[in-house]
Design a protein around this ligand. Structure first.
Ligand SMILES: [Zn+2]
Length: 106
């Protein structure tokens, strides 16, 4: 599997990740080259079931149903890698570690 560098909280510089990685593909059931890209959250659909429910809940007395987080302790976000199998196109999401900067090299 894919390994990151020492996860011992070194805050210096950035993590470099090669643009292609050899890793296990569950569909091919073998190790194949994978294309590496960064996962990005898709756009929320305004008419999704949960969004409609949430909007309805905000109305009336006692509107906000959960505390809104205002004082954030974390300064970094976890970066998720998207690995796409070059043989069959199967996509794996690989959850990352907290990083200030991540660079895909090559
Ligand atoms: Zn595959």
């Amino acid at each position: 599997m894919l390994k990151y560098g020492s996860a011992g909280g070194s805050t210096d510089s950035e993590l470099k990740i090669p643009a292609t990685i050899n890793t296990y593909c569950p569909r091919c059931r073998k190790y194949t080259p994978h294309k590496v890209t960064l996962y990005k959250k898709g756009k929320d659909r305004a008419l999704a079931r949960g969004a409609r429910h949430h909007e309805r809940e905000l109305h009336g007395y006692g509107g906000q149903k959960y505390p809104i987080q205002r004082k954030k302790a974390k300064t970094t976000q976890k970066q998720t890698l998207k690995l796409i199998c070059k043989e069959c196109g199967y996509t794996i999401h690989k959850e990352g570690i907290r990083l200030r900067k991540l660079e895909i090299v090559g």
